[in-house]
Write a protein that binds this ligand. Structure first.
Ligand code: 6CM
Length: 258
């Protein structure tokens, strides 16, 4: 097992995962650890300049205005609490390509370029064109992982999905009509259980999920800052509400997946 320093989070999966043999493994493992550590920090702990730009019930979305070479790369951090679903379920529906067209409204086309293992996939996605900019595409690995619950050993595990841009020799960037975007996304989910006082079995009424979603997208080429910020302001809250409602509807008549 992994040797841990005080306060360090154990996030290494069993060494039997076939992904550990892959050329991308070292980068995947390092990025997942970094992203999970960042996602676990509260908004006050991860630097200054965060502005709350959307709020709806339990959902809060913050962004920090940042530009690189005149391109908007605003980091986004959202927190939400949803009743009746678990972290494992949220990550399952976010990770699996089977459901992506159901909830991802910015998507035009998705291909799985490589199945690295059950929990690690390589995707090529084209997104809908937003006027007046060129259409965008992304090549990224996606990794889903169970994280031990270090706050409550008897409580449910935490789950995460990390998506991060990478290169693919057979799909060079900016060779067609699309501009390549570069993304780093982390979805981190913590299940809370509120057991019934009378000792009756746990139902969906007794669980909730704290979701943290962090994203940084570099648009990769010219895109007007004001349009991009307006698109993000509209699309991110829409995504998180639509996606979590989707998970609620998909799971409501199914056994709870902890
Ligand atoms: O995280 C989300 N979705 C994942 C699965 O699809 C994945 C993809 C992220 C792509 C995010 C980029 C979408 C925006 C592309 C348009 C850029 C247009 C630039 C020109 C504008 C003038 O991680 C949910 C993503 C929700 C995005 C709102």
């Amino acid at each position: 097992r992994e040797r841990l320093k005080t306060g360090q989070i154990p996030v290494t999966p069993p060494p039997t995962s076939p992904a550990v043999l892959h050329r991308l493994w070292a980068e995947i493992d390092k990025t997942v650890k970094q992203q999970v550590t960042m996602a676990r920090m509260g908004i006050g702990e991860c630097g200054t300049g965060w502005q709350l730009f959307a709020e709806d019930g339990e959902m809060k979305m913050y962004r920090r205005e940042e530009e690189i070479d005149g391109m908007v790369v605003d980091p986004l951090k959202a927190v939400h609490v949803v009743k009746g679903i678990t972290g494992h379920e949220v990550c399952h529906y976010f990770f699996s390509p089977k459901y992506r067209y159901d909830w991802e409204t910015t998507l035009e086309h998705m291909t799985v370029l490589e199945t690295i293992s059950d929990d690690t996939l390589l995707f090529l996605q084209t997104h809908k064109r937003i006027w007046p900019a060129s259409q965008r595409e992304a090549v990224f690995w996606s990794h889903m992982r169970k994280l031990p619950n270090d706050q409550d050993r008897d409580g449910p595990d935490m789950w995460t999905v990390v998506n991060n841009s990478t290169e693919d020799e057979s799909h060079p960037a900016n060779s067609g009509k699309c501009v390549r975007i570069y993304l780093t996304v982390c979805l981190l989910c913590q299940t809370r259980v509120h057991p019934p006082k009378d000792g009756t079995p746990i139902t969906r009424d007794n669980v909730s999920c704290k979701i943290t979603y962090c994203s940084v997208v570099n648009p990769g080429g010219w895109a007007p800052a004001s349009v991009l910020r307006a698109v993000y302001k509209r699309e991110y809250p829409k995504f998180l509400k639509r996606f979590t409602t989707y998970v609620t509807n998909q799971t409501k008549n199914k056994p709870i997946m902890f």
